[in-house]
Design a protein around this ligand. Structure first.
Ligand code: B16
Ligand code: MG
Length: 217
């Protein structure tokens, strides 16, 4: 196909942010500071290591490198416990329909996520086999807003960046897509994601003929 699509995972295909929140909150509790859902917004689309730095800043806590490494491991273990209980019910509304539309149009799609657990999460919700390729936190050296994750996605799709459409829920992700010279579609609050080329509150709102403008150009 002349176009391809790159999907972010957390916040677009599934809502894993709530599980990250549970795990980070337990950590904050153990370090004796408050970590709210508003704070959690700051961690969306951000890498695991960077998330910990932001969290410790919020709590004004300083830890040794070794302690931080231990925390990253135990946080992920707790998070994986939640992930292992996920099933197809947790696919966000509109996601499967959108993938079906792309299949019907013969448009390939890949994943472009910061998560190192992306493969496992997609398998849990039964969508892994549908993706043409996976680019995740294990494949990149530079986190969003660096465009690396999406540029690797374009290579997997065998397309130029300008032929790729990115679906993202995080500011850093929209910034990465724009830097990559791709079409950016913001999923979520329009004010927050105002840098996006297109905005929708959720995948349900994407019209059936959304891709025709790109296919006929
Ligand atoms: P992990 P996305 C991101 O996923 C999450 O939004 C972010 O909160 C998380 O810290 C990051 O993945 C890393 O996740 O700890 O599983 O490697 O939105 O890029 O799909
Ligand atoms: Mg996201």
């Amino acid at each position: 196909s002349k176009i391809g699509v790159i999907f972010d995972l957390d916040g677009v295909i599934v809502d894993t942010a709530k599980y990250h929140y549970l795990a980070w909150k337990n950590l904050a509790d153990s370090l004796d500071f408050e970590f709210t859902e508003a704070h959690n917004e700051l961690l969306k689309g951000v890498s695991r290591v960077r998330s910990l730095e932001i969290l410790l800043d919020i709590g004004k806590v300083q830890l040794s490198e070794q302690k931080k490494q231990e925390i990253l491991i135990s946080k992920n273990e707790e998070y994986l416990g939640y992930i292992m209980k996920m099933n197809t019910d947790e696919i966000l509304p509109g996601a499967e329909k959108l993938l079906n539309t792309l299949d019907d149009l013969g448009v390939n799609y890949v994943l472009g996520s910061a998560s190192k657990n992306a493969e496992l999460i997609l398998k849990q919700v039964g969508l892994y086999h549908r993706f043409f390729g996976i680019v995740d936190g294990n494949a990149v050296s530079k986190a969003k807003p660096d465009p690396e994750v999406f540029l690797i996605g374009a290579k997997k799709l065998n397309l130029l960046p300008e032929s790729c459409i990115v679906f993202e829920d995080a500011i850093a992700g929209i910034e990465a897509a724009n830097k990559a010279n791709m079409t950016s579609v913001g999923i979520g609050d329009k004010e927050t994601l105002k840098e996006a080329d297109f905005n929708f509150n959720s995948l349900i709102e994407i019209p059936e003929d959304f891709f025709s403008r790109f296919l006929s150009e």
